[in-house]
Write a protein that binds this ligand. Structure first.
Ligand SMILES: NC(=O)c1ccc[n+]([C@@H]2O[C@H](COP(=O)([O-])OP(=O)(O)OC[C@H]3O[C@@H](n4cnc5c(N)ncnc54)[C@H](OP(=O)(O)O)[C@@H]3O)[C@@H](O)[C@H]2O)c1
Length: 358
């Protein structure tokens, strides 16, 4: 079935296939891609670790957040929608969920911590299905007053309390620390040795930092499983700054965040209908006008086609989650991959997180 559809896809080109399959905008993903790390259909090994994840994960930043998402307000309707996003993901086979201790931070009025919500969703679902497996990734915030390796294990234990779990599958350093990183990386290693996590990763790491963290963990026999960075058709810095090549060279998975350009690549937003809130300052009508040739394209497939990439699009509701998952099993042709890249090259990239540049 997938092959047959794939043939149609290639024959008719991208927009033709989109119309044929759904008659509306789709953001399809590919699970059948021949990835070096592929271990079973739809799953990949995360870097050199033993951790298996779905080829696509779901980002939970918006769950409970009132600082960037949700028009600064969280309510029961949004909670119900986030729970549907979680449940729909699991129903469709995607069980890799990315959160962080700072998502839905209590410093923001009315917020509910994303880890707390995820923990509740897991607990409720497990009551119905005790065999349920959820692959949880969370992150340590390298806040300037947090020093040394002990701070990592302490923060992780607090995260586990919020999640209601005794361990998580992946623990990541959310961003590099301002005073140095050796202590934090030692802390990640300690977390593995204490059995609190299966695998460890970093985020927003440059090539230089990546190599150093990799070597430091290697001395303890622990693989650096992943580097989570901003990567999409409209933000291809990892291809230009050596991060993608270094991930490939060292066998570190690249987890791509904001893979659908925070919604801007979906066709939902247009110059006449830009996003509200903080996103509106990035995805301005002028920028959205430039983006139009790229929207309604299969941007997640494109990322997976770059190999060694696990995109984690954010889903706020069941419909969005279903759209990611309902797309599994497709593969772009080489011509389509290159066509999309050349269209993207004509568009000025958005501004990223400055720390990844050092
Ligand atoms: N490590 C880091 O520093 C870092 C930074 C950023 C993100 N992340 C992680 O990466 C995840 C994803 O990144 P992101 O949330 O920034 O951006 P994204 O995945 O590119 O965009 C997510 C947003 O796009 C919109 N959307 C989702 N599905 C859609 C669909 N089918 N049709 C139309 N719109 C759709 C939703 O917002 P609306 O419905 O409001 O439009 C959703 O919140 C986060 O949840 C987080 O886990 C990590």
């Amino acid at each position: 079935m997938a092959m047959q559809l794939n043939g149609v896809w290639c024959l008719h080109g991208q927009n033709g296939c989109q119309r044929m399959k759904h008659g509306k905008n789709v953001i399809r993903a590919v699970t059948s891609f021949q990835n070096n790390n592929a271990i079973s259909e739809g799953k990949v090994k995360l870097g050199g670790s033993d951790l298996e994840v779905t080829q696509l994960g779901i980002g939970a930043w918006s769950w409970g957040d009132t600082s960037y998402w949700n028009n600064f307000q969280w309510d029961d309707r949004k909670l119900k929608a986030a729970k549907e996003a979680f449940n729909t993901s699991l129903d469709t086979g995607i069980n890799f969920i990315d959160t962080a201790e700072v998502y839905g931070s209590s410093l923001s009025l009315g917020a509910i911590n994303s880890e707390t919500l995820l923990g509740r969703f897991i607990k409720e679902r497990k009551q119905k299905d005790p065999t349920l497996e959820v692959v949880v990734a969370t992150k340590f915030a390298a806040l300037p007053w947090r020093l040394g390796r002990e701070s990592v294990v302490k923060a992780l234990k607090d995260s586990l309390d919020r999640l209601g779990l005794s361990s998580v599958e992946l623990y990541q350093l959310h961003w590099p620390g301002v005073w140095g990183n050796e202590g934090y990386i030692d802390g990640l290693g300690d977390a593995v040795e204490k059995g609190l996590v299966k695998a460890v990763g970093v985020s927003n790491y440059s090539e230089k930092r990546l190599r150093s963290a990799y070597q430091q963990l290697k001395k303890r026999g622990i693989p650096l499983a992943s580097n989570q960075v901003n990567y999409s058709l409209i933000y291809r810095l990892p291809e230009e700054n050596g991060v993608k090549a270094t991930c490939d060279e060292l066998g570190i998975s690249l987890i791509a965040y904001s893979p659908i350009g925070q919604g801007s690549l979906t066709g939902k937003y247009t110059p006449e209908n830009p996003p509200s809130g903080p996103r509106g300052r990035i995805y301005t009508p002028e920028y959205l006008a430039q983006l139009q040739p790229l929207v309604k394209r299969v941007v997640l497939n494109w990322l997976i086609a770059q190999k060694n990439v696990v995109p984690i699009p954010g889903a706020k509701n069941g419909e969005q989650a279903a759209e990611f998952a309902g797309a599994l099993g497709w593969q772009l042709s080489n011509e389509e991959i290159e066509e999309m890249r050349s269209l993207a090259k004509a568009i000025k990239p958005i501004i990223g997180f400055p720390v990844e540049k050092f």
